[in-house]
Structure formats: C-alpha cells, structure tokens
Design a protein around this ligand. Structure first.
Ligand SMILES: Cc1ncc(C[n+]2csc(CCOP(=O)(O)OP(=O)(O)O)c2C)c(N)n1
Length: 662
C-alpha cells in the first residue's frame, strides 16, 4: 500500500463513520466530514500534538471545529485516535439523548472536545482567545512548559458571520502567529452555492487584517502537509484556504447543498462505497486502518513524556503555580485580602459609583490573583477595569495583563471563553451593559459550557444620563437573568460590589455579569460582616421590629431609593423592611424556608428597579407594586430622568401609602 493509499483509506474511515452515524441517527451533516477528511487526516496524523491517554494535557495543541455542524468529523477522529470517551458505541448513538456525541460538539460531554461549537463563527472567536492564552502563558511559564498551536476548521458560514471580522482583526493585530485557520472552501452552504450570497475575497480580507494567507487543494495530502509547515513558520496568524468538495465521494450529491445536512440515503451510500472503494459494513473500520489511526494517536506520547520531564525539572514554585492556575484554584491569600478590604470599607463608608467601586475592589484582587486578565471593548476609562497591576498586552509583549479589545464586544466575549477554556487564566472584561446584546451569543455559550468569565458591564440604567435611550439598558437585566447558569449581579454599594466580585471569582462553573453604575451611590452596608450577604442573592438590608406593613425590594442603585423611602415611611409610623436583591439566580438557589422568610408576609410589597418589571413578580406577586421602567429611557441629566420616569423615594412612599389606605 502506498502512502497515498494509506492516507486515503484513513481519510475514508472518517468519511464512512460520519456517513454511517448520520444515516443511523437519521439526521446530521455528512458533507463537511466527507469534504474535510483529508485535511483532518494530515493534521491529526502528522502535526497535531496531543495525547489521547491524557486529553487535558496542558500543552496540547488545540483543535477547534468552528463549523460545529460537522461534529461527526471530530467524533470520528476522537474514536479513531483512541480517546476513551469516544467509543464506537458512542458514534452509533450520535445525536441521542445522553450520548457524548450530541448534534454539535458540546464541551464537557467527553474529553477531546475543546469547546462547544455550532453557532457559526464562535469557534473562531474562541480559538483567538486560546491563542492569546498560549502567548500569555509562554510569558509567564516559559517555552519549556507552554508551546502549542491552535488550529481551527472553519466553514463558509463561520467566515460570513460578523463575529469572524472581530475575531480575525483582533488576531491579526496581536500577531497570533500560532493560530492556524483552515477555511473549508467548498463553495456550498445550505441555500446552495456560496456565490448566491457572498463574493468576498476571503484571502484578501484576512490579509488586510495582517494575516498570512495560503491556499491549497484540500484533497492533496502532500500539499496540505507542506502548507501546514509554512503556516507553522509564519510570524502572523495564517488562513489556509483549502479548496474542498463537500460530500467528497458521493456520486450524485458531492459538491451540492444536498449533502450539507441530511443523511445520504441507502442508494447514495452504496454508490459512495463503490466510488471510494470501501466495501465494509456500516461502522466497520478494517483493522489495519484502525491500527494506523491508533498508532497516530500515540504519535505525541514522546512529546508528552518530554514535557513531563521538563515540568518535573522546573522549580517547585513554578510547578505549583502552573498547576494551581490550571486547576482553577484561587490563591490562598485571596479570601483574607478581600476580608481586610471589606473591613476597611465598613470603617470608611465611601460614596462612589459601583463602576469605581469595582475598580477599587479589582485593585485588591489583581494584587493577589495574578491569573486575572482584564480588558475592555474600548471603554477602559468608563468601565474602570484597568488597575495599576495590569499593563497592556501588545503584539510584541504579552507579559501584560490587560487587553485593549477594541470596539469588538462579540469578539472579546468569544475570546474570553477561549481563554477560560484554555485554562490557567481568569478573563474579565469591560463594556456597556446595553451592549451585552452585542455579545450575548458568547455569554450564552460561556453559561452552557460552565466557564468562569466575568463581564464588567457599566452604565447599567437610565442613571447613565445624557447618552440617552440608545445607551440605557431597560430590558437587559431581565434578558440576562433569563440565561441559565449565568449569574447576573447588580450590587447596591461598594461592599456589595466586593461581595459580588468575590462570588464571581469563586464560581468556577459559570460566567458572571456585574452590572454597575455610572452615578455615585452611598455605602449602605453599615457594619462589617464576615458573611457574604450577596451569596444569598437577596437579603434583608433593613429589618423591622414588628411585622412590616411594607417590604421594599430593590437592586443596585435603586436600593438607595428604597432606604430613603423606608426612612420616610418610618417617620410616618409605617413599619417597613428593605430587601436588597443583588442576584435573582443566587436567591433561587436558597432553601424554600429562606426564600419564604425573605419574601415575607407584608401586605404591601413593592419592587424598585430602573428596568422592566419582568421577573419581579417572583418577589412581589402579581398584585405587588412595581416602580421602574415601562419602555425606553430618554436623554437628560440622570437625576431628572429618575424624576421624569417616577423612580423616586416619593413614588415608593406614595404607592405604599395608597395601598395601605394611609
Ligand atoms: C449563527 C448560526 N447561524 C445559522 C446556523 C445554521 N447553519 C448551520 S450550517 C449552516 C451553513 C454553513 O455553511 P458552511 O459553513 O459552508 O458549511 P458546509 O455547507 O460547508 O458544511 C447554517 C446556516 C448556525 N449553525 N449558526
């Protein structure tokens, strides 16, 4: 058997596993795996550094299947290479409930899947973050411990999505030379030929953003190997435009949209078996070919051993620190630093905007947690995410800890996911809360994947004032609270800001959003408490000795309004309590008893939040009173806007009195 024969039979093993699994599931996407099998075979058998026996080896090369619909390409590879989590039975259970082989690759379903993909373009964005992470970690731990590539397979769809522009221009700017993207240039998407919708010169586009661009016949293994070698030597990220035929080998459907996302059908499969000379039963891989794949799986075991040796020889401090950061543990000094600062705040009772409070807290955090990587989407001075410890990362210097992401919220959030997935880093970002809409798909994926990324989102309501309704979040609290496994925080003062930061960092299993104000807020927590009150999601800030006639629930900047109203109600002889609600999600996680006690039995329940009502009925019931927004905001000085929209102490007092008949 010639090398070429062997290559083709190995690639055909991928093709037929994909064909057979899609056929058995009666759904899926055979076209991409069939078209990209040659690229994948060359990459995985000759270049990619990985060890199936230790899938999470920190210095492995990363492979991201950005075109996640081609999931059977990845599952076939993982099975053939000998990854334990991907048995033949798993492939036979493709797309079934509980299998590791979901419709699209799901991070956490099995070791070997580096990220969840399916929403096109996200994988490309993640890969940029992974490549940034690699460069950052090289600066911190040296080439002996960190030296890997990030490879991506992206389709036409990934490149058409807007996120691709943010991702590629960021990567080009940062000169991420160890990022290598294969573009599966098959000219086909779902509606037919790509030319019916797009006529971009993709290579010119990438080149314009500082990429190295190469092209290759995606079915010629020698040419593919040569082009990867060239890409590896580049001083810039590389796009490899690989001309392929979607559904390669299918006699009537190859090269057409028919093979993109539907089973081939018995007749076409028979024809494909004949055309590719693959006379085997469904899911059968001849033993010589399976052996060849398994041997390919062992290819990097020596590289892994060498790495282990270098790791063992590293100094004890670097070893311990490398392992701690990769495990995701916070440093032992973290809790004490936070406690000390909390005590100081209780003494000093500062008045400041929570965005400023966040900066003050971050200055404490960044001193003791060296793995945080800050940033902002061109709003550094507004988001207050940069502290003295975080010098900017530049194309030539990755020793810094602060990324100027540019005006690229979506690219930023996707890259942050990639950094978190890479391991060893805790990314946090800055942006305006209103533009959470611009990066929501990546935030959702962070939640789905259970990744610790922290989004500082400032200018969180009409309280931002003059910039007006285009910049004033109204529905965003509700929209973010709706994402499962995302913790949305809206702290009311500096102490709550500290507590919410602490909770965000301690939550390894999901992302957090901190919604922070532009306007000043007083300290509302009057005494030092070791307990993290925000951990309960909602807590009684001001209690009443007797059964309270009124309970006022509020979040963020409106807690001040609630406390002012409380004072006036008390003066009028009306018993009231104030509940601060920094996080709906953490409240829901409390015991039923806690929740029932907290909501209480006041005949009048009022919620105050400068957003829409959605979600607050949980606290105040259908018949509760809501003081907040009903529609979009307006442009004007913020105090006047609060008056204009009736979100005031007087409004709260008035509704309380009216309902009490007082
Ligand atoms: C953000 C997003 N929009 C739409 C889809 C639905 N979708 C899945 S694949 C696809 C076409 C992709 O075409 P291409 O990347 O060329 O893949 P190929 O046809 O080569 O497999 C579309 C629109 C998606 N998965 N993600």
């Amino acid at each position: 058997m010639t090398d070429l024969d062997k290559h083709q039979r190995m690639a055909n093993a991928i093709r037929f596993l994909a064909i057979d699994a899609v056929e058995k599931a009666k759904s899926g996407h055979p076209g991409l795996p069939m078209g990209a099998a040659d690229i994948a075979t060359v990459l995985f058998t000759q270049f990619l550094k990985f060890d199936p026996t230790t899938p999470n080896w920190a210095d492995r090369d990363r492979f991201v299947l950005s075109a996640g619909h081609g999931s059977m390409l990845l599952y076939s590879l993982l099975y053939l290479l000998g990854y334990e989590d991907f048995s033949l039975d798993e492939l036979k259970n493709f797309r079934q409930i509980g299998s590791r082989t979901a419709g699209h690759p799901e991070y956490g379903h099995g070791a070997g899947i580096e990220t969840t993909t399916g929403p096109l373009g996200q994988g490309l964005g993640n890969a940029v973050g992974m490549a940034i992470a690699e460069r950052l970690q090289v600066e911190r731990f040296g080439k002996d411990l960190v030296d890997h590539y990030t490879y991506v397979l992206a389709g036409d769809g990934c490149l058409m999505e807007g996120i691709s522009q943010e991702a590629l221009s960021l990567a080009g700017h940062l000169k991420l030379n160890k990022l290598i993207v294969f573009w599966d240039d098959n000219g086909i998407s779902i509606d037919g030929k790509v030319e019916i919708t797009d006529s971009t010169d993709q290579q010119a586009r990438f080149a314009a953003s500082g990429w190295n661009t190469l092209s290759v016949d995606g079915h010629d293994p020698e040419a593919i190997a040569a082009v990867i070698r060239q890409a590896q030597a580049s001083d810039r990220p590389t796009l490899i435009a690989a001309k392929t035929t979607i559904g390669f080998g299918a006699p009537t459907k190859a090269g057409t949209a028919k093979v993109h996302g539907a089973p081939l059908g018995a007749e076409e499969i028979e024809g494909t078996r004949a055309a590719l000379n693959w006379p085997h039963q469904p899911f059968e891989v001849p033993s010589d070919i399976l052996d060849a794949w398994r041997i390919a799986g062992l290819r990097s075991s020596q590289a892994h051993k060498d790495w282990q040796k270098r790791f063992a020889e590293a100094d004890a401090e670097s070893r311990a620190e490398f392992e701690r950061r990769n495990r995701g543990d916070l440093p032992a000094t973290f809790t004490k630093a936070m406690m000390d600062y909390k005590k100081k705040l209780a003494d000093e009772q500062p008045t400041m905007a929570t965005r400023k409070a966040s900066e003050a807290v971050l200055t404490v955090i960044n001193e003791v947690v060296p793995e945080t990587i800050g940033g902002s989407a061109d709003l550094t001075g507004s988001n207050n995410t940069k502290t003295p410890q975080t010098q900017p990362v530049t194309p030539t210097d990755f020793s810094g800890r602060y990324i100027h992401y540019g005006v690229r919220e979506h690219g930023m959030a996707a890259a942050m996911n990639g950094m978190a997935l890479h391991g060893g880093l805790i990314p946090y970002s800055g942006g305006f809360l209103i533009f959470s809409d611009y990066c929501r798909p990546s935030i959702r994926l962070a939640a789905l994947m259970g990744q610790r990324v922290i989004h500082v989102m400032t200018h969180d309501s009409i309280g931002l004032g003059e910039d007006g309704p285009t910049h004033q979040p109204v529905e965003h609290f509700a929209a973010l609270r709706a994402i499962p496994n995302l913790t949305f925080f809206r702290p009311a003062d500096i102490t709550e800001t500290l507590e919410c930061w602490q909770l965000s960092l301690e939550n390894r299993k999901g992302p957090s959003v901190l919604a922070l104000t532009r306007q000043n807020l007083p300290s509302l927590r009057k005494s030092f408490e070791e307990d993290n009150f925000c951990a309960r999601g909602a807590y009684v800030l001001i209690d009443s000795e007797d059964d309270a006639a009124v309970t006022i629930f509020a979040s963020g900047s409106e807690v001040e309004i609630a406390t002012d109203a409380h004072r006036e109600l008390s003066n009028a002889g009306i018993t009231a309590r104030v509940v601060s609600v920094p996080s709906f999600e953490l409240f829901e996680a409390q015991s039923d008893d806690y929740k029932a006690d907290l909501i209480g039995t006041s005949p009048v329940k009022i919620a105050v939040e400068a957003g829409i009502r959605m979600g607050w009925d949980r606290f105040i019931g259908n018949d509760g009173a809501f003081v907040g927004m009903k529609g979009f905001g307006a442009s004007g000085p913020y105090k006047e806007l609060y008056e204009h929209f009736g979100i005031t102490k007087d409004a709260v007092v008035a509704v309380a009195k009216e309902r009490l008949g007082a």
